[in-house]
Design a protein around this ligand. Structure first.
Ligand code: NAP
Length: 494
């Protein structure tokens, strides 16, 4: 933390273009080293080989985009004038700009240890912050290699640190550390506990979800089927935005369940090295948790569309039909290849179930009627509703947020950069004389030297801040200003 504090001070003064240049370099190095990093993801978190490579490449792209976006949005400030607020004259000006927060603590989850780390590292660094990363225990080796790419790019010593260790052991120390100025966390309920313990620092929390998929009678059933399988079972259901409950109209439920069953039978179950669709879930305790949800549904009468099968941490894909609200799986997030189907008799029933959840990450609705789709998506209390496609995080520059227990704040490249900065003002009150000069127009103002001579006071108008404000105000008073001349520019530059 001490090293981060020291490094941050110098980094904040490093020109923005230079910060961007280093980020572009890190992105290139990351992509160059995609193979060994992806191999770690395969071994540590059983991510299918192709998906592991995609995660690293996507991360490189995210870092490059962040550098570009940072240059655009951090290079801008804002000018406000006082007379837009009742009772004020136009005699006070406010220049606001964005400055870094200090040290950002980034804590990503196991399922995207590289991508969800860089989605915090990139915005923090471009904004001029230092970064302390606490990677997930499973995924820590991939994260260390990823951080090494930033070091190879030439970021200053101490600016980016990676602290490994179990969250349950070192988490409190980090999240309650007085040196931390911002926490960006992605994970499960742990985030709720952290929010309660953290001090007065900005929090970005991306937490769990129970993404509902509402299917209407007029939906394209093949499209629905493809999205339920992809949305519910990609990376064995271990995605925050996985489809986690299907709410389907009774009249089409049999047909869709049959179609989904047929597709699930074709999924390859096995090892991540073989690029299987379904691979072992991340830990034995996760597998036990999923099994407990399945057994609870069994006891309460859910219909098993496949036989429940588990070998170690490997769980075969399972669709549970006729799930009812008294079953745990109707509400809890299995984070595994198990998907409940609840049959509904009205759209209102579907919306009610979705909104009764503590979560509010994403949801989706399938219908060919765009008017209904918009009405339903408006009624669903989630951060995003996808129309005719499965929930998904990304593209990475889209805003991404959860309501209720699914999070605080909003991610996405632009939002994260803004979240990791604060706004400071330079406010300037003018004398009546100066304000009058402005009303006369910029061309008189910038010739303030000669005006001063006539006026005889010769001091305040020469204040460089006044000249800066005058220059900005040129945009507001163009009407009677003559075209720019070399002479005029010279005076401004002075
Ligand atoms: P998790 O158990 O909450 O862990 C997330 C991170 O927090 C890990 O790095 C973990 O480290 C760390 N951690 C654990 N205890 C901590 C503590 N007391 N203080 C500080 N950090 C602590 O979540 P997960 O199992 O890795 O990921 C699955 C969850 O993440 C699911 O609920 C999923 O929905 C959610 N998720 C949400 C999003 C989103 O954007 N909304 C995206 C992906 C995943 P250790 O690994 O060392 O325990």
């Amino acid at each position: 933390m001490d090293a981060a504090k020291v490094a941050q001070k110098a980094w904040a003064r490093t020109p923005l273009w230079k910060r961007a240049e280093l980020l572009h370099k890190a992105a290139a190095i990351l992509k160059e080293h995609k193979a060994p990093i992806a191999e770690c993801l395969v071994k540590e978190i059983a991510k299918p080989a192709k998906d592991a490579v995609s995660e690293v490449v996507r991360s490189g792209d995210l870092v490059s985009y962040t550098a570009e976006e940072g240059v655009r949005i951090l290079g801008e400030g804002k000018l406000l004038v006082s007379d837009s607020f009742p009772g004020n004259e136009r005699n006070k000006y406010c220049l606001s700009s964005k400055v870094p927060l200090g040290v950002v603590l980034a804590i990503p989850p196991f399922n995207y240890p590289v991508n969800l780390a860089v989605s915090k590292i990139g915005p923090a660094l471009i904004a001029g912050n230092a970064l302390v990363l606490k990677p997930p225990t499973q995924g820590a080796v991939a994260a260390l290699h990823m951080v090494h790419c930033f070091h190879l790019a030439g970021f200053p010593k101490g600016l980016i640190s990676c602290v490994t260790g179990k969250g349950s052991e070192i988490g409190d120390f980090l999240t309650m550390h007085p040196g931390v100025n911002c926490i960006s966390f992605t994970g499960g309920d742990t985030g709720i506990a952290i929010s309660k313990k953290a001090g007065m620092v900005p929090l970005q929390m991306e937490l769990g979800g129970k993404d509902a998929c509402i299917v209407l009678e007029d939906a394209d059933l093949d499209l629905v089927t493809a999205n339920i399988v992809k949305g519910g079972f990609s990376y064995s259901g271990q995605r925050c935005t996985a489809v986690k409950v299907v709410l389907i109209m009774e009249s089409i439920a049999d047909a869709v369940v049959e179609k989904v069953k047929a597709k699930l039978a074709k999924l390859k179950v096995g090892s991540p090295e073989d690029d299987s669709d379904i691979t072992p879930v991340v830990t034995e305790s996760s597998a036990n948790f999923i099994e407990a949800l399945v057994m609870d549904a069994k006891e309460k009468g859910a219909t098993f569309c496949q036989e429940y099968r588990r070998e170690g941490n490997l769980i075969w894909p399972l669709l549970l039909d006729h799930v009812r609200p008294d079953m745990r799986i109707a509400w809890e997030e299995p984070f595994g290849p198990v998907l409940p189907v609840i049959r509904i008799n009205s759209v209102e029933e579907g919306i009610h179930h979705c909104n009764a959840s503590n979560f509010g990450l994403q949801g989706c609705v399938f219908t060919k009627d765009i008017n209904k789709a918009i009405m339903i998506s408006d009624a669903m209390e989630t951060g995003t509703v996808q129309i005719n496609s499965a929930p998904a995080r990304g593209p990475d520059h889209f805003p991404f947020q959860g309501l209720k227990d699914s999070g605080i704040g909003s991610q996405g490249i632009t939002n994260s950069i803004n979240m990791m900065t604060k706004i400071i003002n330079d406010e300037y009150s003018m004398t009546k004389y100066q304000a009058n000069l402005l009303w006369l127009g910029l061309e008189r103002l910038v010739r303030c030297e000669s005006v001063n001579r006539q006026d005889g006071d010769g001091d305040a108008d020469a204040d460089p801040r006044f000249v800066v404000v005058a220059r900005l105000l040129g945009q507001h008073y163009p009407s009677n200003a003559p075209p720019a001349t070399a002479d005029r520019t010279e005076v401004i530059d002075d």
